[in-house]
Design a protein around this ligand. Structure first.
Ligand SMILES: [Fe+2]
Ligand SMILES: [Fe+2]
Length: 445
């Protein structure tokens, strides 16, 4: 099947359909990649009703997820709760507004499909106040408390969260590497370091052990920002070595074509890949990146997407959720708890935050999203591996049974990042052994 067939197939696929691509090749170790979930959107005039429907559907999905929790027993609707005199009430609602009074007391306004409700959290409830540092607008959760004069006095909150899954271990000693944010075309792109990485992956450099690992690496995930793009910000042109988009991707193709065909390269777009729209879900790239898309071992996917790697016989493989991470800037800016937990230095905390909310972009204004009826940003499938990029800082972590991976970058610090106080860490490559599910960091500094 050639790439255009795939593009056409992707265009025709509904969001529910699974697109499956299976590639088997290799010298001594087999590999297997399946695209299990990606998102299509046919451009149309967006009506206000599309957003209403989008949020209703999201609410329903998260409410159903919360219903599976034991804490959701005897949940009532807000309109019924307001009439009740019971001491312990449980509601499932979406957060509309959060206010902190000078006294330290917090007011949270929430709604469900029946009504709105104001929730009061006394400053004396320190444990709850600390939990609420992680609250973000539009998220859906369980609220427990008592009702007085149609207001709830909060006793606890519970997030949808992910259940602990049985961890599956690959029968083979096989590896996946994760590294996006190449930003080719930028004056800050690091060609020497990126070349060394490509040479290592091609088995040309490194000691015996390092070459052995390279040989066993069969999956290379690139979570977006392949090129620096054009017209991203005013006077970006001054920061570019390659000023045209096609030139940037053609240059990257020269590196990627050196990588042996037995290694699957899985690529989604990021906010710098300007040939596709910025609104998420972003479609898979083709135009301007034809030379990359047509490489025999490259699979372009949407942002976000789910792929499954290395399933054979009785082993179901690893489900990998890849998302570029454009929502992270505003998330760090808006959520106090994430800043306290390390902000840009703690991508694992951001992943944990998103997995607990079962959503990649819980608040409306975090990024530009399209009001697709079935929300593509909900995490309805629990990933074995979650990989993101965008923040240019590599991190390995885990939450429950999900391995959390943040890729670094191949671009030194830009004047914009310097101004914002960011500290990118280029050339650090997370690598995961699918047999042991252990990850480590390789350095190509
Ligand atoms: Fe980037
Ligand atoms: Fe980015």
């Amino acid at each position: 099947m050639n790439y255009q067939d795939l593009v056409n197939r992707g265009k025709n696929a509904s969001e529910k359909k699974e697109v499956v691509i299976v590639k088997n090749s290799i010298d001594d170790l087999k590999s297997n990649l399946k695209v299990v979930k990606e998102f299509d959107y046919k451009p149309k005039k967006v009506e206000p009703n599309d957003f209403t429907q989008h949020y209703r559907e999201r609410f329903k999905f998260l409410r159903n997820t919360l219903f599976n929790r034991p804490e959701a027993a005897s949940t009532t609707s807000i309109n019924q709760a307001k009439k009740s005199f019971e001491k312990n009430l449980t509601i499932i609602a979406m957060v509309n507004d959060v206010t902190r009074l000078p006294t330290g007391t917090m007011l949270v306004s929430v709604e469900d499909l029946t009504d709105q409700l104001q929730i009061i959290i006394s400053s004396k409830k320190q444990e709850l106040i600390e939990k609420l540092q992680f609250l973000t607008l539009d998220e859906v959760l369980i609220f427990k408390g008592s009702i007085v004069n149609e207001k709830m006095f909060l006793s606890d909150i519970i997030w949808p969260d992910v259940p602990q899954k049985k961890e599956e271990y690959a029968p083979d000693d096989v590896y996946a590497v994760f590294s996006g944010d190449i930003h080719i075309g930028s004056k800050q792109f690091l060609p020497k370091q990126f070349s060394t990485f490509v040479d290592w992956l091609s088995g040309k450099v490194g000691n015996e052990r390092q070459r052995e690992i390279a040989k066993k690496t069969k999956y290379f995930y690139i979570p977006g920002d392949l090129a620096d793009g054009v017209g991203i910000y005013p006077s970006q042109e001054k920061e570019l070595d390659i000023k045209d988009l096609r030139g940037q991707y053609d240059e990257l193709a020269k590196y990627l074509e050196k990588i042996p065909d037995d290694k699957h390269i899985i690529i989604c777009p990021g906010n710098h890949d300007t040939m596709v729209r910025l609104e998420e879900p972003q479609p898979k790239m083709y135009e301007y990146a034809e030379k990359i898309a047509e490489l025999p071992n490259v699979t372009m996917v949407t942002n976000p997407s789910y792929t499954n790697i290395h399933s054979f016989d009785n082993y179901s493989g690893q489900d990998v959720l890849m998302y570029h991470g454009y929502s992270f800037d505003n998330l760090i800016d808006q959520v106090e708890g994430l800043r306290i937990s390390g902000g840009y230095d703690s991508a694992d905390e951001i992943h944990k935050f998103l997995l607990k909310r079962r959503h990649l972009s819980p608040t409306h204004n975090l990024n530009l999203t399209l009001p697709i009826k079935k929300d593509p940003m909900v995490i309805d499938k629990i990933p074995d591996i979650m990989v993101t990029g965008h923040i240019h800082k590599a991190k390995i972590g885990s939450y429950k049974s999900t391995i959390s991976i943040s890729g670094s970058c191949w671009q030194s610090i830009t004047p914009f990042q310097e101004k914002m106080g960011h500290k990118p860490d280029p050339g650090m490559i997370p690598i995961t052994n699918l047999k042991t599910r252990k990850s480590k960091m390789l350095s190509f500094k």
